[in-house]
Design a protein around this ligand. Structure first.
Ligand code: BMP
Length: 218
């Protein structure tokens, strides 16, 4: 399964129950977690235990603050997202140690999907990739809207899971990032704003499959 549903706003019990075993996992965003709290994330997880659960806190702080931020969600999720740009010493090293002690994974944002991000790139992305390599991140986030960056990240970090947001509401098509080497595409509003999220998720998966068949052909 190559689809992760991003849940950012609305109560999601029904959505999780419908999409459980259809999508690979769920990414819980800051707006949802602020509104409904950590206990809510623990409850959601129980509705679909075997999915890959990710808390997208977009951590970017000193180590001790990042560690304090993840504590309420330990056990509710399998992975946390932090920004690579904060660097290793005194920041991601402490977070990575804490997560490892709890058997929880670290996913680093190395490149973002919005239009303004592209002017920041080149050296920054290379630096972020190096941070991900040094800290042995389990996963990274790279933009479906810029498949060339997904391909760059994949070539530099062959063993790392690549998660790509930007499909649907931000303009990328299902399969764009997978064809460039991503493992998962993250889809939010296209699914969560639909009156029939299950149907849309199935359609995205079918489109991904079709596109992958074409892009891997010699
Ligand atoms: P949507 O498909 O509705 O655009 O949602 C994309 C999700 O991925 C949101 O949760 C957003 O915060 C996240 N995201 C992103 O869009 N771009 C990035 O570079 C990194 C993200 O985590």
């Amino acid at each position: 399964m190559t689809l992760v549903a991003a849940i950012d706003r609305d109560p999601a019990e029904e959505l999780v129950s419908k999409l459980c075993r259809v999508v690979a996992g769920f990414k819980l965003g800051i707006p949802l977690l602020l509104r409904y709290g950590a206990a809510y994330a623990h409850r959601l997880r129980k509705l679909c235990r075997d999915a890959l659960w990710i808390a997208d806190l977009k951590l970017a702080d000193i180590g001790s603050t990042m560690v304090a931020s993840v504590e309420p969600l330990l056990g509710a999720v399998d992975a946390f997202i932090a920004h690579a740009v904060v660097g290793v010493e005194g920041a991601l090293d402490q977070l990575a140690n804490t997560l490892e002690e709890h058997g929880t994974k670290l996913v680093l944002v190395v490149a973002m999907s919005h239009p303004g991000a592209s002017s920041l790139y080149n050296k920054l992305v290379e630096d972020n990739i190096e941070v991900a390599r040094r800290i042995r991140a389990w996963g990274v986030v790279a933009p479906a809207t810029m498949p060339e960056l997904v391909a760059l990240v994949r070539s530099r970090l062959p063993e790392v899971k690549v998660f790509s947001p930007g499909v649907g509401a931000q303009g990328a098509k299902p399969g764009d990032a997978l064809c460039a080497g991503a493992d998962y595409e993250i889809v939010g509003r296209l699914i969560t704003s639909s009156p029939d999220p299950l149907e849309v998720a199935k359609k995205v998966l079918a489109e991904q499959k079709k596109r992958l068949e074409r892009c891997w052909k010699p």
